[in-house]
Design a protein around this ligand. Structure first.
Ligand code: MG
Length: 252
């Protein structure tokens, strides 16, 4: 495996955020230098985060405080992917959203019809304002036949204080109660890769996902149709963090 060649062939870096670019409000060493290097080489980057607790606007503000100034088209969240998924497969349907006020606003701004009564679809996000009432409603609606969707499958979210329960953990509780499994979007699923390809106009073969978590950030590259697994060509790649970007790690 020629690591240098792999980097040379990458034209678009899709960067994870939590645990990769920053931890909470603290940017990780080397992150800004990495972006500068990407720009210097005439390559591009976009941020993609599975963390649906914040809207793209909030992320843009958060990054600006770290002296990282990006445009709206340089940030995509699993919430964005879910909005597109709903528009495509459940247009005009009523959605019960278990999410933060930030995510609710993002959904409303994009024309998703939210309801607190019996919906057609239940969407679970990374809801840091989760209450027992929300959990109970979600379970009741899913048990009554509403479609069960979730923005991303991450079980825990890394913080400076350690891990906190994420969307996947919330879905596990709902699945245990209802016996139903959610349809996830976000990384590493096809819907996310397709959205990145569409929004960036990049070719699949010229994209590298960068992240700290194999089962979400990098797993798409291991799919049979994925780029990195083309026979005799490449293997999945993971950067543990951007701070150690020189320690490109190959997974067998
Ligand atoms: Mg991460």
């Amino acid at each position: 495996m020629d690591r240098k060649k792999l980097l040379e062939e990458t034209e678009l870096f899709v960067l994870d955020m939590d645990g990769t670019f920053y931890l909470d409000t603290q940017i990780l060493d080397g992150s800004l230098e990495f972006l500068r290097q990407v720009e210097r080489l005439g390559k591009r980057y976009v941020f993609f985060t599975n963390n649906s607790s914040k809207s793209p606007r909030t992320y843009i503000d958060k990054l600006a405080k770290m002296d990282c100034h990006i445009r709206r088209d340089q940030i995509i969240t699993s919430g964005d992917v879910m909005i597109e998924y709903l528009k495509m497969y459940y247009p005009g349907k009523r959605v019960y959203l278990v999410g933060t006020p930030d995510l609710e606003e993002n959904f409303r701004e994009n024309g998703i019809l939210l309801t607190k009564n019996m919906p057609d679809v239940v969407v679970i996000g990374f809801d840091m304002t989760l209450t027992y009432e929300k959990l109970e409603r979600a379970c009741t609606y899913i048990r009554s036949g509403a479609v069960f969707l979730a923005t991303h499958l991450d079980i825990n979210c890394p913080t400076r204080a350690g891990f906190i329960p994420d969307c996947g953990a919330m879905c596990a509780a709902i699945s245990l109660s209802t016996g139903k499994q959610p349809k996830y979007v976000g990384k590493p699923f096809k819907e996310t890769v397709d959205m990145v390809l569409t929004l960036t106009g990049s070719e699949r073969e010229k994209i590298s996902f960068v992240g700290d978590r194999l089962y979400t950030d990098v797993a798409w590259q291991m799919e049979p149709t994925g780029f990195w697994c083309s026979p005799g060509r490449r293997r999945p790649v993971i950067w543990r963090t951007l701070t150690r970007c020189r320690m490109l790690c190959l997974q067998d």
